[in-house]
Design a protein around this ligand. Sequence first.
Ligand code: FAD
Ligand code: NDP
Ligand code: 3IO
Length: 382
Amino acid sequence: MEEVPVVIVGAGPAGLATSACLNNLSVPNIILEREDCSASLWKKRAYDRMKLHLAKQFCELPHMPFPSRTPTFVPRISFINYVDNYVSQMGINPRYHRSVESASYDENAKAWIIVAKNTALDAYEEYVARYLVVATGENGQGLIPEVPGLGSFEGEYMHSSKYENGGKFISKNVLVVGCGNSGMEIAYDLSSCGACTSIVVRGPVHVLTREIVFAGMLLLKFLPCKLVDFIVVMLSKMKFGNLFKYGLERPKKGPFHFKAITGQTPTMDVGAMDKIRKGEIQVFPSITSINRNKVEFENGKIEEFEAIIFATGYKSTVRNWLKDDKDFFDEYGMPKRNCPNHWKGENGLYCAGFSRTGLHGISIDAKNIANDINLALTDHQV
Ligand SMILES: Cc1cc2nc3c(=O)[nH]c(=O)nc-3n(C[C@H](O)[C@H](O)[C@H](O)COP(=O)(O)OP(=O)(O)OC[C@H]3O[C@@H](n4cnc5c(N)ncnc54)[C@H](O)[C@@H]3O)c2cc1C
Ligand SMILES: NC(=O)C1=CN([C@@H]2O[C@H](COP(=O)(O)OP(=O)(O)OC[C@H]3O[C@@H](n4cnc5c(N)ncnc54)[C@H](OP(=O)(O)O)[C@@H]3O)[C@@H](O)[C@H]2O)C=CC1
Ligand SMILES: O=C(O)C(=O)Cc1c[nH]c2ccccc12
């Protein structure tokens, strides 16, 4: 058993940023990470061609700017290098191979009891901490929907988090399900690699570009959200025209307002729209069933596919291991309170990286949490 003031679960950007802010305030903390590395999402569960879709000034972690030569939209490998430098420069020492299996609050001891499996030694370890920071991410586990007949599918299917590049799909008929940022970019990647690509778009979607979102984020500092939404939708219409003829439709609510109320990020086109327009990527509505290699869609069409990539989103995994959170997290493992009041629970419980605002929100959470814990510890000592 080991006692420490703060245990952070997860060494993604949120856990690392929180640890860095605590280190800066000289508050001892331990990060427990189930994988063998930090930023595992970026190293192991992101496709090769990915770049950050928000401009670099919105993706910096606290206390360390990107080097000035870094391009505005940071490529995945550069972001990984930045995170690795962050870990060494901020004096962060995550404990890898520690999969947290339970965390419960001991009312008598007024502390969290955290049990982690050390997967390298195949042994259990116990940690006792006054403060517990959940930083396991909104994207803990890939979601594959229940599609009738999926079990009979004769080809290969996978979640988008397992997709690396189009290499093995050259000349194959591939269906991508979902038109969020993963789905649209993977469809573009597949088509560019010579796969015969189709995409399922089941509902309305805002399609913007990184540059339009960047402009929108800058404008949001001066203008109300409604006006910024009006401007970015106008820019999107100028860029992409009427989406309806391609089987796509814009939501009624503007993209920044929609993001704020639903958390759904607008899709930032990296070339898929041009391919859709040219007919190089076909658009289908929802799947109704699958039978061996045949997929039937809501419009009655039946097509044959050799592979399916489910870019159908993620779920948080907090509910699998966290107990005694006093209804802080909902059944989906997301904080019940809305941003900006989402990061602090009861009995020294915190969460970093659950505000549905990407890396920008992570930095804000990390600073708030570290300052709050530091204040509580200082008060305690007085
Ligand atoms: C494909 C993709 C691209 C994205 N691109 C952007 C972008 O461009 N800009 C942006 O702002 N945001 C982006 N996001 C959002 C992204 O989720 C965040 O930017 C960021 O990686 C989240 O950091 P995090 O630390 O909260 O979670 P994660 O990066 O998911 O890290 C959580 C860590 O917790 C560990 N963990 C989980 N459960 C346990 C457990 N029980 N015990 C121990 N460790 C555990 C995991 O192994 C992981 O290392 C993207 C997300 C995805 C999926
Ligand atoms: N930096 C970058 O370039 C990238 C960033 N990201 C980020 O990662 C996060 C996750 O993105 P992503 O993986 O795209 O997941 P999302 O949750 O953002 O998108 C999932 C998509 O799948 C659709 N979907 C879900 N279930 C079904 C179904 N049964 N049939 C058809 N469609 C379905 C959803 O439609 P509906 O809206 O109707 O629910 C939605 O369009 C986001 O924050 C995103 O911005 C992702 C990739 C690249
Ligand atoms: O990458 C994500 O999912 C994000 O949430 C980043 C983000 C924060 N605010 C936004 C507004 C519009 C588009 C993306 C984001």
